[in-house]
Design a protein. Structure first.
Length: 101
């Protein structure tokens, strides 16, 4: 079953940019199971919306890539926890698989 979430992260958009760049470098452009990712600046920080083939694929990627990057970039301090809302995606259409810059 596919898995989606919306995260509101109370950190500056520059933190997202740094994390996104490092995660992209470590993943070498390959993220097994990720169907959709988009982020945007908000009044309180930034928001991420993702859709995955499964929650298990997200959790594995989170443990192997995302958490180590966040720990490294935060200098060992614990960043504020994002507010996360999970959902079951319905009717997802992704007509192209190009990375927008």
């Amino acid at each position: 079953m596919s898995y989606g979430f919306v995260q509101d992260v109370p950190l500056p958009i520059e933190a997202y940019a740094a994390m996104h760049a490092e995660i992209g470098r470590r993943a070498a452009g390959r993220v097994e199971g990720l169907l959709f990712h988009v982020a945007r600046a908000t009044d309180r920080g930034f928001q991420i919306i993702e859709v995955w083939n499964s929650k298990e694929q997200f959790e594995r990627y989170d443990a192997e890539i995302i958490r180590p990057v966040v720990a490294e970039l935060s200098g060992g301090s614990t960043p504020p926890a994002p507010e996360t809302v999970e959902f079951e995606p319905l009717g997802l259409i992704v007509p192209s698989a190009q990375v927008a810059v």
